[in-house]
Design a binder for this molecule. Sequence first.
Ligand code: SF4
Length: 251
Amino acid sequence: MSSVKKYILESLKDQKEIFGDILYEKSINIEVKERQEIKSDRWHVAEKTEVKTDNNLFMEDFQKADNLASLNDMIKECQKCSLGKTRKSFVFGVGNPNADIMLIGEAPGADEDEQGIPFVGRAGKLLTDILIAINLQRDEVYIANIVKCRPPKNRNPLPEEMETCMPYLHKQIELVKPKVILCLGLVASNALLKNKSTLTGLRGNVYELNDIKVMATYHPAALLRNPNWKKGCWEDVKKFRKLYDELVARN
Ligand code: SF4
């Protein structure tokens, strides 16, 4: 890829990180062809998975899991959406199973797909540094993604993929029982909060999800592409830490 094309794509990605699909829905067709291919592929998979194997029946029981390890065992072979066919690793989640604080990103990237752990590589290192900056160790929190398998070429997960995978995340949240959740990036924020706000509109606000307080900030990968956003992220995580401290002080 030429450096100019790469620069343009990175810039578009940055804008999408802030404004989501609103700006690009009608003007960019880059993902449309891929979506159509995946949609037809998905139907193919759906037809195939209509025949219930023992494995599928096992996965449908995942709501009965009473801890994270058994949930992982129940769903790790999942093929409910097309991402199951292209992943190298199923990336469940990592961290303290009883954490008060949960961080949620959108999807595994290449490093995560290789290692089966969320937020490794450069973005993961930056996330660890962000946590340290607000006096948190990485193993104190629990980290997961909206979808558990890497979307090809690091594209955003499609709405239907997120919808299919989301019950697993909700079950993780139910088992971890965090007091606060920090969404990393617009895609994760919109998916978890079920809204279409921009990141600018979401940042700094406190939302509620089943009595859990939820805030949003930039995805660390976006901060690597655009270091100017680090200042805003710092403001967000300070507020997040303050919110957490207030909740702990109240209980
Ligand atoms: S992304 Fe989620 S729903 Fe799709 S195959 Fe992976 S685990 Fe299953």
